[in-house]
Design a protein around this ligand. Structure first.
Ligand code: FES
Length: 105
């Protein structure tokens, strides 16, 4: 089932559908979220989910129980189980990046 992910700060939305992770779905939509390992260990992608639910494709994503309770998720291994709202201030869109890189000498 497809769900909508909203980036609260930017107002951008994209659709995600299992088995795609939130990170993979964002990239397909041209939105770049911070990432590195892409397997739930480095925590580069950590962000706050202010609404919605996820499950993980790994048994032990690199989040503490307290972080999970506070709403933090790891988009690289998170699969949406409902519509989500996330806060990812460092996210950027590929369109904006390509425009910015073309403007440079
Ligand atoms: S990219 Fe490393 S934990 Fe998500």
């Amino acid at each position: 089932m497809a769900y909508t992910v909203t980036l609260a700060g930017q107002g951008w939305t994209f659709v995600t559908d299992a088995p795609a992770t939130v990170l993979e779905s964002a990239e397909r939509a041209g939105i770049r979220l911070p990432s590195s390992c892409r397997n739930g260990t480095c925590r580069t992608c950590i962000c706050l989910s202010t609404s919605g639910a996820v499950r993980y494709k790994t048994d032990w994503p690199g989040l503490s129980l307290d972080e999970k309770r506070e709403g933090y998720i790891l988009p690289c291994v998170a699969i949406a189980e409902s519509d989500l709202t996330i806060e990812a201030p460092a996210a950027n869109s590929g369109v904006r990046s390509s425009i910015a890189s073309r403007a440079q000498p």
